[in-house]
Design a protein around this ligand. Structure first.
Ligand code: E4P
Length: 220
């Protein structure tokens, strides 16, 4: 499963890229707005740091304007994947952009039926939102399982990206459910490292090492 960072913050990007474990980035208008720079500048800066797919979302709501915006975003860098919302206009724009060879990530997916439409439109990625479904009392991870099953049944090439991931459990469950990608905030990515037995074990190793090292020196 590929790991994407769900962020537009350059410091987080640098840190995650240093670890050598991220395969790409997803942004959305809320995340871009937090950083305060125009989207083209912010996406270009992200592409300079991360070597992988970088999703940049259109804010237009009608198909024609989405097409223009999508083409312009795709022109920023070869790694840009254009993000469109799962609306009628969004699917129409996805179909056109895909036919032009522009890779599209269809976002705000909350049902398997919607995911089927995105695949039919030639989407490169579908983004079902796990956490936001959990928020309204619906098991978000079931949607990932349904979509991966449907796509497998018919050989759709669209990649399933578990979005709105809020915890390490979500990451593990997305991997178990067969998601191709999980995108997560920096905080969740960072927390994947943690285990108290790793800390305890390392402290003991260093203590034992130090003891022998000091004794060896003392006996010389
Ligand atoms: C995905 O691409 C979205 O940017 C993101 O995962 C949304 O997550 P949220 O529901 O935590 O805002």
């Amino acid at each position: 499963m590929k790991i994407f960072l769900d962020s537009a913050n350059l410091d987080e990007m640098r840190k995650a890229a240093e670890w050598g474990i991220i395969d790409g980035v997803t942004t959305n208008p809320s995340l871009i707005a937090k950083e305060g720079l125009p989207i083209h500048d912010q996406i270009r800066a992200i592409c300079d740091i991360v070597d992988g797919d970088v999703s940049a979302e259109v804010v237009a709501t009608d198909a024609k304007a989405m097409l223009e915006e999508g083409r312009s975003l795709a022109g920023i860098h070869e790694n840009v994947v254009v993000k469109t919302p799962l609306t009628r206009d969004g699917i129409q724009a996805t179909s056109r952009l895909s036919k032009e060879g522009i890779r599209v990530n269809v976002t705000l997916c909350f049902s398997a039926a919607q995911a089927l439409l995105a695949a039919k439109a030639g989407a490169y990625i579908i983004s079902p939102f796990v956490g936001r479904l959990d928020d309204i009392g619906i098991e978000g991870m079931d949607l990932i399982s349904s979509i991966t099953k449907i796509y497998r049944n018919y050989g759709f090439q669209t990649q399933v990206l578990a979005a709105s991931v809020r915890s390490p459990i979500h990451v593990i469950d997305a991997a178990k459910a067969g998601a191709d990608i999980a995108t997560m905030p920096f905080k969740v990515l960072d927390s994947l490292f943690n285990h108290p037995l790793t800390d305890k074990g390392l402290a003991q190793f260093l203590k034992d090492w130090e003891k022998v090292f000091q004794e060896t020196h003392a006996s010389r």
